[in-house]
Structures are given as structure tokens and as C-alpha cells.
Design a protein around this ligand. Structure first.
Ligand code: PRP
Ligand code: URA
Length: 208
């Protein structure tokens, strides 16, 4: 699958196993989402553009680099929220623009309830964040919105993905690289990722 990058990092594998565990409580779950998001961000930012910057170290002039892009994060509410802190750990200057969608339980179609993007883009590239890529409906709808906003450089960062969601993304947004912590087996008959981790929003926010 081109444009799909599934982490092989031992720390990601270790932490995702703990994340799945039904014995993991909300606090541990949130911490793991944050930590895994930092690790995946490291992998997803390997090709960020830099520009030259010279600084004075205590030992003299040093030729260096600074990030060129103004980066925006678009967490998909609710579950994507928990990933923001992890990404900020590496890119504290990133702007955050929230998009609110929930999946209709019957149709599994995304329903938008929040979008406060300003009329003009304020960043040059966007990372869309959501721990769960299930049918792919929420990711595709969010990327539709981000593209309409005027952004062409977009990456999707998720923790668990299903083959069905990856396929849907590639059908609609083949240009958007997908970074995942793990690619699971399949969706069950109510659209949940198997073996998955259950409901990522409920497990983060204690609303199960
Ligand atoms: C979950 C998850 C994704 C979506 C994935 O959100 O965080 O946004 O489902 O499913 P899809 O790929 O089939 O669209 P949910 O709709 O449960 O909302 P919540 O985060 O508010 O709980
Ligand atoms: N959303 C979740 O939170 N979990 C799934 O398995 C699928 C969608």
C-alpha cells in the first residue's frame, strides 16, 4: 500500500498493547495516547522542510536549521483531542483547529457538529489527528474540509487503523500519507476495529 506507513517501532508496539488492554484505566489510556502520538509524530515529520538558520553557541557560530512550515493540527473531536499534547511535545508552535464529527451509530456516516476554521488558511500544512481509522468516513470528511480550506499538504496520523478505512482514504484522498501505529484485522458488523481497543473517546474521557 503506497502512502501508508505503519510504525515498526518497539515502543509504539509496546504502548499500543497497553492501550488495547481492557484493564488500562482512563488516566493510563490518556497518557499512552499522548506518548504514542509523540512517537508517531516523530515518524510523520521526517520530511518536513527546514530553512537555514545560524545561531551563536557559547563556542561560536553554528549553521543550523529551523522548520519552514507553519504547521496546523486538526484533531477530530473527541478522540483526536488526546493526541494534540503528544504532537505539541515536538512542535509546540503548531496551531490547533478543531473539527467536531461523530459517527451516526446506525449509518456509520460522519455527522459534523463543529468547525471554526477561519475563512483563509493560517498554516501551510496540516496534520489530521484521530486515534481510530475505522470505516474512514470521519477522516475522509475532515480532509475534505481541510482541502476546501485551501491546504494541499496534509498528513493523517492515527493510532489504530482498519484495512477498510485505509482503502476508503486511498479512494478519496490518495495524496494524503497515512501514518498508523498499527493496522488491525477488520471491522466488526457495527463498525468497530477488531481487535481494536473499543471506543477511543469513551476510554479517554471516562464516558463508557
Ligand atoms: C470515533 C473515532 C473517529 C471515528 C472513526 O469517533 O474517534 O473519529 O469514530 O470511525 P470512522 O473511521 O468509521 O469514521 P466517534 O464517532 O466515536 O466520536 P467520539 O470521538 O466523539 O466518541
Ligand atoms: N471508533 C472507535 O472509537 N473505535 C472503533 O473501533 C471504531 C470507531
Amino acid at each position: 500500500m503506497s502512502n501508508v506507513f505503519v510504525s515498526e517501532h518497539p515502543l509504539v508496539k509496546h504502548k499500543i498493547t497497553a492501550l488495547r488492554d481492557e484493564k488500562t484505566d482512563h488516566l493510563q489510556f490518556r497518557n499512552l495516547v499522548r506518548e504514542i502520538s509523540t512517537l508517531l509524530t516523530y515518524e510523520a515529520t521526517q520530511d518536513l522542510k527546514t530553512k537555514a538558520k545560524t545561531v551563536m553557541s557559547p563556542m561560536g557560530e553554528a549553521a543550523g536549521h529551523t522548520l519552514e512550515d507553519a504547521v496546523g493540527l486538526v484533531p477530530i473531536l473527541r478522540a483526536g483531542l488526546g493526541m494534540v499534547e503528544g504532537v505539541w511535545g515536538l512542535m509546540p508552535a503548531a496551531q490547533v483547529w478543531h473539527i467536531g464529527l461523530y459517527r451516526d451509530e446506525e449509518t456509520l456516516q460522519p455527522v459534523q457538529y463543529y468547525n471554526k476554521l477561519p475563512s483563509e488558511p493560517t498554516v501551510s500544512m496540516v496534520f489530521v489527528l484521530d486515534p481510530m481509522l475505522a470505516t474512514g468516513g470521519s477522516a475522509v470528511a475532515t480532509i475534505d474540509i481541510v482541502k476546501k480550506w485551501g491546504i494541499t499538504r496534509i498528513k493523517y496520523v492515527g493510532i489504530l487503523g482498519a484495512p477498510e478505512g485505509v482503502e476508503e482514504m486511498q479512494k478519496h484522498h490518495a495524496d494524503v500519507p497515512i501514518y498508523l501505529g498499527v493496522l488491525d484485522s477488520h471491522l466488526n458488523d457495527i463498525g468497530y476495529i477488531v481487535p481494536g481497543l473499543g471506543d477511543a473517546g469513551d476510554r479517554q474521557f471516562g464516558t463508557a
